[in-house]
Design a protein around this ligand. Sequence first.
Ligand SMILES: Nc1ncnc2c1ncn2[C@@H]1O[C@H](COP(=O)(O)OP(=O)(O)OP(=O)(O)O)[C@@H](O)[C@H]1O
Ligand SMILES: [Mg+2]
Length: 255
Amino acid sequence: MITIALYSMKGGVGKTAAAVNLAHLASSDGFRTLICDLDPQGASSWYFRIRAGKNFNSSKFIKGGRGIDENIKGTDYPGLDLLPSKLSFRNLDLALDDLKKSKTRLRKIFSEVSDEYDYLFLDCPPGISLVSENVLDAADIVLVPLVPTPLSVLTFEKLGSFMDKKEFDAAKVYPFFSMAERRKSLHVETMERLSSENRNVLASVIPYRSEIERMGVYREPITAHMPGSFSAKAYSALWAEVKDLAAGNVRKPHG
Ligand SMILES: Nc1ncnc2c1ncn2[C@@H]1O[C@H](COP(=O)(O)OP(=O)(O)OP(=O)(O)O)[C@@H](O)[C@H]1O
Ligand SMILES: [Mg+2]
């Protein structure tokens, strides 16, 4: 099982939108896929119209085992399951802090389902916390949506310093541009600069489009709802790149 986290310290940058669409594309390719909603806001659960059971909570989650198995739900898409979040996930940090090996718990929880899935997508809450440290430990690939502005780049660089300090492998972090607007010269300049400075920047760009914003209205991955759209094609291109990374293929540098 390959674990892919959609993570950023910043809120509202397109983590959930990417997690939902990439997970849908992975399952459409025939991969057994699980998406785990780690955010107490429950946005990815909501997009798939799934609610967690009454008895599921953050303590059950961090215990792992049967509590997880019982709460994984099938989605409307073949091969795609979801582990929904609960509001109590706002306490995940505290719950983790009480444990021994508190920084590697997520890896342990998901190792128990690793034979059942080819891909696990983690839809992460914003922030930098013990949950984030668990995510950075558990993920094989960390995808960071980056709105192309100088401030976002600064926040991204802080993630690099944090990972170095905590001795995580920063080489597994791949930023991609999200909510990008080609008519804004600031966006274009920022994309060009970062792409030339950081060879891990993915070539696929997710544009700012109202059809993506409207996912909240139709409550489906856009790759299912409007598969021929410009936005769905952008997510497909991103998925093709990520799949290549997951297969360990060497990436061609892009200009
Ligand atoms: N490419 C896009 N173009 C237009 N709107 C977008 C795009 N991506 C996401 N949105 C919208 O922006 C809002 C935030 O997106 P999303 O929930 O994916 O971000 P997030 O990083 O997961 O946020 P949070 O940190 O709150 O979890 C949502 O209303 C979503 O519909
Ligand atoms: Mg989100």
